[in-house]
Design a protein around this ligand. Structure first.
Ligand code: HEM
Ligand SMILES: [Cu+2]
Length: 602
């Protein structure tokens, strides 16, 4: 009985949705165009007419709408993953498992990792790129608007598949009070294998939810790859003729390189996941001792996994490089070298994967060569850092929220980056491997740099997206809290790791209690900061002061009024013209056109 109910409900919902859709469409005979616009036969004008209400968001192929959908989805996932993080830090307030149990702890750090890596960072950056990349290029839309929509809509189901164990657990509990058989739901327990999914554990754990989660990850990989292909083709083919590689803005450059990394890394993850699924369910022996063994998993996984960390961070570097000069009143120092270092990082990131495996007893000669490349990859990162500092040098700094975020991000990146250099050195890594030092190192970057760059971007482009201004004082407080919170949360972890506290344990010796409590306090500060950001964004989008002058940041003064702002200026002018005329004029759709000027590069 129970099995049929969801099927009937889903079918009914789909039928109702289709019916509504066709009812709405039938009133307006329209012909579709490749860019997703429709030509209304009755009026005879090309206009990007969108249906009203929710239907618009479910059927849109407009890059700006899809960008917003991505950003909303990624933010929701981030809040979910942050809830996991708060659960982890709550458990670690006390040495014993007084709050959750060990299974819950394992499940929570696993879903935390998956959610943050695959459903927060990449979707939010894809969303930002969706919104601004065509505007920065002066293109109408991405190269494949419909593929763009499909790529986005694959994500919600994949998140539900990955996190399904928790959902079915709760559903089972709720439905359990009814006289129904819910054993199928209860069999799907939250996964507790860690985001690296190491074999043999991930093969042998009986929980069927693991296979469901693997399918979900596979699906999210498909979605990410589709978006990456779209970005690559867009940058290659949609640039106007006068926009050469040397004048392409730095954010688009970073998205291009990131998309290249995705194109090489994610299909490998997909294949590896399939091999694991086959091992789990169909008796193959890819990762069994008599097959490739657990080491095969680690090699395949980290050949994806190391580039993945640069897939996460390169768009953040792009945003920093793009926004920083705007608040220093200067051009980006060393534009070419920032581009070269981005490409160098991209290439080298495929040559360092075994630094995650130094402790597995691999051949020392091999270890030495991986150590050399891992140390070398610090050079392009340092080049970026120096160029950013040089951009600020003697500049006229305006300490608005975006700049506070960026300066904070640059300082956490110094600590996060240098702690990575230590881990790249074999003898040090053998001591610190799998301790909280590692967790501290990478969180200084995934919390101290990536969200800061995103939030800088959210403040910088907020007027352009919403037509309103946010509360700037609240924003300054919020960004400061985020920087302070990152240090207070993750510096203690470096010390804890040094003193030997291993990672992925919910229980620890009592001597570590003080530092753990400081870290949990820091997490609380981070939580407060995130809530302040949310409040500011939502409230200001509703009732913030309306922007009338497109040059919100005084960019014209220093010749940095780039294409996306010119597009915004035109839009404001159109709106003004519309409001003074009695009846509305034909809609303008090609807003990015004809707005070229020589201030297009950074
Ligand atoms: C409020 C912010 C955050 C806090 C307090 C936090 C805290 C933690 C803690 C305590 C762990 C468990 C460490 C262990 O036992 O090994 C962890 C694991 C992890 N976190 Fe976070 N985290 C935060 C945000 C993030 C973000 C933004 C990302 C990624 C973009 C991220 C990625 C990860 C990953 C990949 C793991 C490893 C999971 C695993 O071992 O399977 N975290 N985090
Ligand atoms: Cu690595």
């Amino acid at each position: 009985m129970l099995e049929t109910i969801p099927g009937v409900v889903v079918a009914a919902v789909i039928a109702a949705a289709l019916l509504t859709y066709y009812r709405l469409r039938s009133g307006r005979p329209a012909r579709s165009f490749a860019d997703g616009g429709t030509a209304s036969v009755t009026v005879g004008l090309t206009g990007t007419e969108k249906p009203a209400g929710l239907l618009r968001w479910f059927t849109t192929v407009d890059h700006k709408d899809i960008g917003l959908l991505y950003i909303l989805f990624g933010t929701a996932a981030a809040l979910w993953g942050a809830t996991d993080a708060m659960m982890i830090r709550t458990e670690l307030l006390v040495p014993e498992t007084a709050i959750w149990n060990v299974e819950t702890y394992n499940a929570v750090f696993t879903t935390h990792g998956f959610t943050m890596l695959f459903f927060f960072v990449t979707p939010v950056f894809t969303g930002i790129a969706n919104y601004v990349l065509p505007l920065l290029l002066g293109a109408d839309d991405l190269a494949f608007p419909r593929i763009n929509a499909i790529a986005f809509w694959l994500l919600p189901p994949s998140l539900l598949l990955v996190r399904g164990g928790l959902i079915t657990d709760v559903m089972g509990m709720v439905l359990g009070v009814l006289p129904l058989d819910v054993s199928a739901l209860e069999a799907l327990e939250p996964v507790g294998m860690g985001w690296t999914m190491y074999t043999p554990l991930s093969v042998e754990m009986a929980n069927p939810q693991i296979s469901v989660a693997l399918l979900g990850l596979h699906l999210s990989g498909v979605a990410t790859t589709m978006a990456a292909i779209n970005f690559i083709v867009t940058v290659l083919t949609e640039r106007p003729d006068d926009l050469g590689w040397d004048r392409l803005d730095i954010f688009s450059w970073n998205i291009l390189v990131t998309s290249g990394l995705i194109l090489l890394a994610f299909p490998l993850l997909g294949s590896t996941l399939i091999m694991l699924l086959l091992d789990r369910n169909f008796g193959t022996t890819f990762f069994a001792i008599e097959g490739g063994g657990p080491m095969l998993w680690q090699h395949l996984f980290w050949f994806f996994g190391h580039p993945e960390v640069y897939i996460l961070v390169l768009p953040a570097f792009g945003l920093i490089s793009l926004i920083l000069p705007k608040f220093c009143g200067r051009r980006l120092f060393g534009f070419r070298f920032i581009v070269y270092s981005t490409i160098a990082i991209g290439v080298m990131s495929f040559g360092v994967w075994a630094h995650h495996m130094f402790a597995t007893g691999m051949d020392p000669r091999l270890r030495a060569s991986f150590m050399a490349v891992s140390l070398a990859i610090a050079i392009p990162s340092a080049i970026k850092e120096f160029n950013w500092i040089a951009t600020m040098w003697n500049g006229r700094l305006r300490l608005d929220a975006p700049l506070i975020c960026i300066i904070g991000g640059l300082s956490t990146f110094v600590v996060g980056g240098i702690t990575g250099v230590f881990l790249a050195a074999v003898p040090v890594d053998l001591v610190l491997h799998d301790t909280h030092y590692v967790v501290g190192h990478f969180h200084l970057i995934v919390v101290g740099v990536i969200p800061l760059a995103m939030i800088a971007a959210s403040y910088y482009w907020f007027p352009l997206i919403t037509g309103r201004m946010y509360n700037q004082r609240l924003a300054r407080v919020q960004s400061l809290l985020l920087v302070v919170g990152s240090f207070v949360t993750f510096l203690p972890l470096l010390v804890l790791g040094y003193e030997g506290m291993p990672r992925r344990y919910g229980v620890y010796p009592a001597e570590f209690i003080t530092l753990n409590q400081i870290a949990s306090l820091g997490a609380l500060v981070l939580g407060v900061s995130v809530v302040l950001w949310l409040v500011n964004m939502v409230q200001s989008a509703r009732v913030g002061p309306v922007v009338r002058d497109a040059d919100v940041w005084n960019l014209k003064e220093t010749g940095q009024f780039t294409r996306e702002w010119q597009w915004f200026e035109e839009r404001l002018e159109d709106r003004r013209a519309d409001s003074t005329r009695p009846e509305s004029s034909p809609e303008r759709t090609r807003a990015g056109e004809g707005t070229d000027s020589d201030s297009g590069t950074d």
